[in-house]
Design a protein around this ligand. Structure first.
Ligand code: 5GP
Length: 238
C-alpha cells in the first residue's frame, strides 16, 4: 500500500499528500468548515471523519453504477487513498430544485422543481468567487476539450440519476450538488468529494435542511445533520 510522504496542497476542508506511488495521493478530511469562499472558517468536531466515510460510501455506489471515480481505499477515519488526477478547474452543478445561487440570480422561489434538472458550470476560483461560465469558456480557455466537457456532463447527469434514487429511498431530496473531475492517464474521472459539504439535501417530509446550508445560514446542528443523513443511508460510522 502507498505510504504518505509530503504535503502537496492544503484546501479549505482537505489536505492532499503525495505518496510513495506517483499515481496515488492521500486525502485527509479535516474538521475545518468554510463558507463564503473561505471568508468564514470553523472547526466542527467529527466532520472530517463523517465526510470521509460518507464520501467513500457514495463513491463506491457510483463505481458500482459504472462511474469512474478516483477513490481506491479507505485508509483511516479521516483519510482515503485516491488516484492522482490532473484536476480540471471547473465545477459541474446539477439542480433538481431551486436553491442557493440560482434563487438569488433568477429570483425564483426556493424549492421550485426543475424539470429537467439544470446543468451549470462554474470556474473554481475563490478570488473571483467561482464565477458562472459556459461551455465555450471551458474550451476557449483550454480548461477541457469539447469531448472532455461532454463526458463530464454525461457523468454528472448519470451521478444525479443514481444518487437522486439513493437519497429518495432514504427519505431525502437531492436538491443540488457540485462535482469536480480530473484526468487520469487521459480518462475523465470523478475527483474531489461527494459529501453534505458540496450538495443540498432536504428531508422529503419536512424539507428540513440537512447539509452545509446549516453552517452557511447559522442554523446549528451541522454535523448532527450530516450524521443523520449518513445513518439514513446506512453509511457505517462509529
Ligand atoms: P450554489 O451555486 O447554489 O451556491 O451551489 C450549488 C451546489 O453546489 C450546492 O450544493 C453547493 O453546496 C455546491 N457548491 C457550489 N460551489 C461550491 C464550492 O465552492 N464548494 C462546495 N463545497 N460546494 C459548492
Amino acid at each position: 500500500m502507498a505510504q504518505k510522504t509530503t504535503e502537496l496542497y492544503r484546501g479549505k476542508a482537505k489536505t492532499v499528500y503525495h505518496t510513495t506511488d506517483a499515481d496515488k495521493l492521500i486525502l485527509h478530511f479535516r474538521n475545518d468548515t468554510s463558507a463564503f469562499d473561505g471568508e468564514r472558517i470553523e472547526q466542527l468536531a467529527r466532520k472530517g471523519m463523517v465526510n470521509n466515510k460518507f464520501n467513500f460510501f457514495i463513491m463506491q455506489k457510483l463505481e458500482q453504477a459504472g462511474i469512474p471515480t478516483q477513490v481506491e481505499a479507505l485508509l483511516s477515519d479521516d483519510e482515503v487513498l485516491v488516484k492522482k488526477l490532473d484536476m480540471i478547474p471547473v465545477e459541474c452543478v446539477v439542480r433538481n430544485f431551486a436553491a442557493g445561487s440560482l434563487v438569488k440570480r433568477l429570483g425564483v422561489e426556493e424549492g421550485l422543481a426543475l424539470t429537467p434538472p439544470t446543468f451549470e458550470l462554474f470556474l473554481k476560483n475563490d478570488a473571483l468567487h467561482d464565477p458562472m461560465i459556459n461551455d465555450s469558456h471551458v474550451v476557449s480557455f483550454g480548461w477541457a476539450t469539447a469531448e472532455q466537457l461532454a463526458e463530464m456532463k454525461r457523468l454528472t447527469l448519470r451521478v444525479n440519476d443514481v444518487l437522486s434514487k439513493l437519497f429518495d429511498q432514504a427519505g431525502l431530496m437531492l436538491v443540488d450538488f457540485k462535482l469536480e473531475f480530473g484526468l487520469f492517464h487521459g480518462q475523465i474521472v470523478l475527483g474531489d468529494e461527494f459529501s453534505p459539504d458540496g450538495c443540498r439535501l432536504w428531508d422529503k417530509a419536512t424539507r428540513k435542511k440537512l447539509d452545509k446550508d446549516r453552517f452557511r445560514q447559522g442554523l446549528g446542528g451541522v454535523v448532527e445533520a450530516y450524521e443523520e443523513v449518513a445513518q439514513r443511508l446506512g453509511v457505517p460510522i462509529d
